[in-house]
Design a binder for this molecule. Structure first.
Ligand code: LAN
Length: 717
């Protein structure tokens, strides 16, 4: 159902030949040139390709070997590299991000440029489901959450009530029982817009930030993505910040509910979450906790305490803004910060202007319109993997690829975080790498690990020594600090509180968001990186590195399922995590040849190979917690599976070659691969796209084959 457009008419579009992608220090944003300027700056290959415009592809010499296929793949992908060395991409999927940006702009009276407006509407026309609604993510069935937020967005963007998109969405909302059953984050946005009453949202009091830090459930202990969202929400909730009612909002009040607005008793809808939205029934503990909180906030708490807490929260909001150069960690808290600043500093404030300037880096324009990315890009992550993919087949030694790889190394050089923060709630970060840009400011365990590997590979094979030994050692120092007592690694930080806090997860639509967990993917990335690092620096913190690897491996082994697979949390799904885990085991010398443990995982992978030689995993694997085949094999899943088998040293060469042939058969004459199903996920329920995976993981698999087997064999036939 998802993605089938209801619209007979093609929605209005801008002139796609006028869009350009600017990039400075990795921060990238799309601009819309005037007709005159357009003539002076021709569109690049990457720009045309993102926008679906003809690129004048040349047919490459057909590949006779897997390695040549890899090479052809990179000949295409290389052309997509931006001048500052990184690769950009659409990073869309989730449906609750774009509305946040639109609402924040509306609330802060920031004009929405016409070209954005037109393209956002076009994006929504492209992704609407047959029933007129939208899902939690582009591929999902319609929910109240997404449909109401997008409906309000469309109205703000200028669609009137008779526009086909709004008309259909409205009847969809009505058939779902109206907007009252929207989950908590949706209720919050509606309340900010004065379309819902704050009394209908369970308490998120600012005072929680005044608790002593040692308290086991103090918010500083939450998973960083969760704490940064509830920080501005606590300010908005406590201070009941809604914009004044204007004619549009007045109209919307009568459009999104079944009953007249004034007759709704919002306080009775605090726990009302539509069945189609609710992924996680709130626990009775949360319910009880909320009742206690209501008594506290309504009758007990002293006013002075609220004032103090407001001060503290304001300080924390501003600190996050400064630490991230007004990008914030992700678009959800960025949008909410903007709303807070309207009240804290005013719509003309310097701070709000800073935020406005960085809005563009979250908005991605492509052939289907404009949407909001999950972060301000995937720059470091994609660049680090791309380098490793090329090197897997030794292609980094080829002169023709040297310049582009030097450029990629240059990007990793400028995006490494080189100093720590004076901030008690932030851990050390010096030497680590973020997911996107340096200005994002947060290092991630696996982004640091993948970048460290990429730098070590290039700098040890004759590339310029851009990053000093000391800086690489700093990265290891930060990584060692991030290991959890169970041996595993989380994403941004060490686990700071018990997973029991999950009973208090108020978000209805996401699972496992309250605290950091250890993940096999992140742990494997770090284990592999430390194993590589110690080959180059055998003496550096020798014992600690050794112990960290050992504990990491123990965690990875413990985390495996009985059937031999690993559950992946950041991409779909078991093939992803199994690839990483087998790679980590190989890095410490554990392979099919000497380990029954590895043999079992190979058997599991082989058991999932499809008739056509490929692998294909459906996104519902993530939610259902078990392997579910997609209807067709996918190049990305196939690449992970064969990579897993090859790292494991699986002797079933035929199966591996069948997988690689499938990948080869999907390669276009230009060297590229076409987009297939969505690749990524977060919090078990929300899918997110990693469009560059379809380039570098196949390249990696095809190239790596020549590393494992004889490179000279002709694989045709
Ligand atoms: C990401 C994107 C990258 C991802 C990997 C590096 C792939 C992973 O291995 C570690 C976790 C990380 C960094 C990650 C965490 C959660 C993010 C930031 C996202 C999936 C992108 C969007 C998502 C963010 C939480 C979206 C906002 C939603 C909330 C529930 C707060």
């Amino acid at each position: 159902m998802a993605g089938t457009s209801l619209l007979e008419d093609t929605p209005e579009s801008t002139d796609l030949t006028r869009w350009r992608l600017k990039s400075v220090g990795g921060e990238h944003w799309w601009t819309y040139l005037s007709q005159d300027d357009k003539q002076n700056s021709p569109q690049s290959f990457a720009e045309k390709s993102f926008l679906g415009l003809p690129v004048g592809n040349v047919a490459l010499t057909p590949a006779a070997t897997f390695l040549q296929s890899a090479q052809n793949g990179y000949q295409y992908f290389e052309r997509m590299q931006l001048d500052d060395g990184h690769w950009a991409c659409a990073y869309g999927g989730p449906s609750f991000l774009l509305p946040g940006i639109i609402f924040a702009m509306y609330i802060t009276e920031s004009p929405i440029p016409d070209e954005w407006r037109i393209e956002m509407i076009r994006y929504l026309a492209h992704t609407v489901n047959i029933d007129g609604g939208w899902g939690l993510h582009d591929a999902g069935d319609s929910t109240v959450f997404a449909t109401v937020l997008y409906y309000v967005s469309l109205r703000i963007l200028g669609c009137d009530i008779d526009h086909p998109l709004t008309r259909n969405a409205r009847s969809c909302i009505r058939s779902f029982g109206g907007a009252l059953g929207i989950p908590q984050w949706g209720k919050t946005w509606l309340a900010c817009l004065n379309l819902y009453d704050w009394s209908g949202i369970n308490p998120v009091p600012v005072e929680m930030w005044l608790l002593p830090d040692w308290i086991p459930f103090h918010p500083w202990r939450y998973w960083v993505q969760c704490r940064v969202v509830y920080l501005p929400i606590s300010y908005l909730w406590t201070n009941r910040q809604s914009i004044p009612l204007d004619p549009l909002m007045k109209a919307l009040r009568s459009e999104i509910y079944l009953e007249p607005y004034n007759t709704i008793i919002f306080s009775r809808n605090r726990d009302n979450v539509s069945r189609r939205d609710c992924k996680r029934r709130p626990s009775w503990l949360l319910w009880l906790f909320n009742q206690i909180l209501w008594v506290w906030v309504l009758y007990l708490r002293p006013h002075r305490l609220v004032q103090n807490a407001n001060r503290k929260v304001t300080e924390l909001i501003k600190r996050e803004d400064q630490n991230t150069d007004y990008n914030c960690i992700a678009p959800v808290n960025k949008a909410l910060h903007m709303v807070c600043l309207r009240y804290l500093e005013g719509i003309d404030s310097v701070e709000l202007n800073q935020h406005r300037q960085h809005l563009g880096s979250y908005l991605w324009m492509d052939k289907d319109g404009m949407t909001c990315s999950g972060t301000n890009g995937v720059q470091v992550w994609d660049t680090a993997f791309c380098i490793q993919a090329i090197a897997a087949g030794g292609l980094h030694q080829k002169v023709e690829f040297r310049a582009s790889l030097e450029n990629a190394l240059g990007y990793l050089d400028i995006s490494q975080i080189t100093e720590d923060l004076e901030d008690p709630y932030r851990q050390i970060r010096k030497g680590g790498w973020p997911f996107s840009t340096k200005s994002n400011g947060y290092i991630v365990s696996d982004c640091s690990a993948e970048s460290l590997k990429a730098v070590l590979i290039l700098q040890s094979s004759g590339f310029p020594q851009l990053i000093s030994d000391g800086r690489l050692q700093d990265c290891v120092d930060s990584l060692l600090e991030m290991q959890n007592p169970n041996g595993g690694f989380g994403t941004y930080e060490k686990t700071r509180a018990s997973s029991l806090l999950e009973f208090f997860n108020p978000a209805d639509v996401f699972e496992r968001i309250m605290v950091e967990y250890s993940y096999p993917e992140c742990t494997s990335a770090v284990v592999t990186a430390l194993s590589t690092f110690r080959k180059h620096f055998p003496q550096y913190r020798r014992q600690e590195v050794h112990n960290s690897i050992r504990h990491g491996v123990e965690y990875i082994k413990r985390d495996r399922r009985r059937d031999g697979s690993w559950y992946g949390s950041w991409a779909i799904c078991f093939t992803y995590a199994t690839f990483f885990s087998l790679q980590a085991l190989e890095s410490v010398g554990e392979t099919y040849q000497n380990s029954e443990f590895v043999q079992k995982s190979c058997k599991w992978l082989l058991g999932k190979q499809m008739e056509d030689g490929g692998w294909g995993e459906h996104f519902s694997s993530c939610e259902e917690n078990m392997y579910i085949n997609s209807s067709n094999s996918q190049v990305v899943n196939t690449a992970w599976a064969v990579l897993g088998l090859m790292y494991a040293g699986c002797p079933d060469r035929k199966a591996i070659e069948r997988g690689l042939k499938l990948i080869q058969s999907r390669q276009q004459k230009s060297g590229e691969w076409l987009q297939e199903d969505i690749e990524g996920v977060f919090n078990r329920t929300c899918m997110i796209g990693y469009p560059n995976y379809k380039y570098y993981f196949p390249i990696w698999a095809l190239g790596y084959y020549s590393n494992v087997y004889e490179p000279t064999i002709n694989h045709e036939g």
